[in-house]
Write a protein that binds this ligand. Structure first.
Ligand code: PLP
Length: 412
């Protein structure tokens, strides 16, 4: 067992890539909102799957196929427990959050959204929780309204409630902004939306990796996230769907495995969750996700959250004390996740990110796939530092040293 607070240096030792030097400098990886690094246990789980169990699950009666089915099912059970889903069949494997949201758009939305329906989104959405709904609205003649943000970077809940009075058919929102780090009160928003008669979709790509998630407590209809943002491989994701909602949705992709019977006259669908898992699945990704969940649970999700709050607090103090820095989003740690977007004077964020890279510090620059939010903030781009379990105060200090270098180069 690790001690009360998270031992970031001990955690770091579990991640082989973090020993890498970049431009001769220690790698300081602060691009975790884009993707996270993988601990040895996840890498080993994936290679162990291939060296011990690999076969196509659900398709054979031979020993390896049975083992592959068992490890695949076991990973689904781990996800189910991790997000506290009530049922095994409510957890559907996808290729990531984007795929999950598209599944909801095609599977549920195409069947249930009608012309003149209202779809409510927020201005802080990632493109993957905007574009599918724009396509759906265009297809059906539905209307989209965006809820804005306050000057503190919080959701404008007054406007949200006004829109609920218009009885929207669908409300889709991010649990945590990938730009501002704002954490939305998912339970409260889902409860209002449900009272208004809407189906709710929570984009949890930036929340499930960082905090305890309980889909039954949130009481959402759908919830989407990606494995690669929580220590697991790329190409695996989850859509949680309330059983009734998944049952009334139509298949998203079609082909093998998602059927019960196929005749020349037509086909019938497999039981949940397999109705939404057409074709050979990413079993090694699911196994890696299971191992990532084991790793995070051993750390304790409360400690993960506490660690990020501490880092956020430390980083905000440093950044706000530094000349020329503008930070966007909520200032207090309890209001935000470990994501900080900022600008330094009028230096372009790509220039900042390049200078930081020379110092071994990896950050993201640009619009962060959230252009409507960036426009709302009145900017064209920002630099983003985002933290995870292996980051430490020393990493923040390296970020500040590298920013000081940028300041010197641009004479700020
Ligand atoms: C809030 C949010 N939603 C959705 C996504 C899409 O995730 P993926 O690219 O893994 O499908 C991201 C990725 O950055 C995100 O930050």
């Amino acid at each position: 067992m690790r001690s009360q607070s998270l031992d970031a240096e001990g955690v770091k030792a579990d991640f082989p890539i973090l020993k890498k030097k970049v431009h001769g400098k220690r790698l300081v990886y602060l691009d975790n909102a884009a993707t996270t690094q993988k601990p040895r246990s996840v890498v080993d789980a994936v290679s162990g799957y291939y060296t011990k169990h690999n076969a196509n699950p659900h398709r054979g009666v031979h020993q390896l196929s049975i083992e592959a089915t068992e490890v695949f099912d076991e990973s689904r059970r781990k996800v189910m427990r991790f997000i506290n889903a009530a049922r095994f069949e409510e957890v559907v494997f996808t290729s990531g959050a984007t795929d999950s949201l598209n599944l909801v758009r095609y599977g549920w939305g195409s069947k249930h959204i009608k012309g003149d329906d209202l779809i409510v989104l927020t201005i802080m959405e990632h493109h993957s929780n905007i574009v599918p709904w724009q396509l759906l609205a265009a297809e059906k003649g539905a209307r989209i309204e965006f809820v804005g943000i306050t000057k503190e970077g919080e959701l404008d809940e007054g406007r949200f409630e006004e829109l609920m009075a218009e009885s929207p058919a669908l409300v889709a929102f991010t649990h945590c902004s990938n730009v501002l780090g704002t954490i939305n009160d998912a339970k409260k928003l889902c409860s209002s939306a449900k009272r208004a008669g809407a189906t709710t979709v929570v984009d949890a790509a930036q929340s499930v990796p960082h905090m305890k998630t309980d889909v039954q407590d949130i009481d959402c209809d759908f919830l989407a996230f990606s494995g690669h943002k929580m220590l697991a491989p790329m190409g695996i994701g989850i859509v949680y769907g309330r059983r009734e909602k998944l049952a009334e949705a139509q298949p998203y992709r079609s082909g093998g495995d998602m059927i019960k019977e196929v005749h020349t006259s037509g086909a019938t669908w497999n039981d949940l969750p397999y109705k939404f898992e057409a074709g050979t699945q990413n079993v090694e990704g699911a196994v890696g996700l299971g191992a990532a969940i084991d790793y995070l649970e051993a750390l304790g999700m409360d400690r993960v959250r506490q660690h990020e709050e501490d880092l956020l607090d430390y980083a905000l103090q440093k950044l706000e004390g530094a000349p020329g820095i503008t930070v966007y989003g909520p200032k207090r740690p309890s209001d935000g996740a470990g994501v900080i977007s900022f600008n330094l004077g009028d230096i372009h964020p790509h220039d900042i990110a390049s200078i930081l890279d020379e110092e071994g510090v990896a950050v993201r620059s640009g619009h962060h796939c959230a252009q409507p939010l960036i426009e709302e903030l009145g900017i064209t781009a920002a630099t983003r530092a985002s933290f995870y379990v292996y980051n430490s105060r020393e990493d923040v200090d390296e970020l500040m040293n590298a920013l000081a270098k940028a300041r010197r180069i641009f004479c700020i």
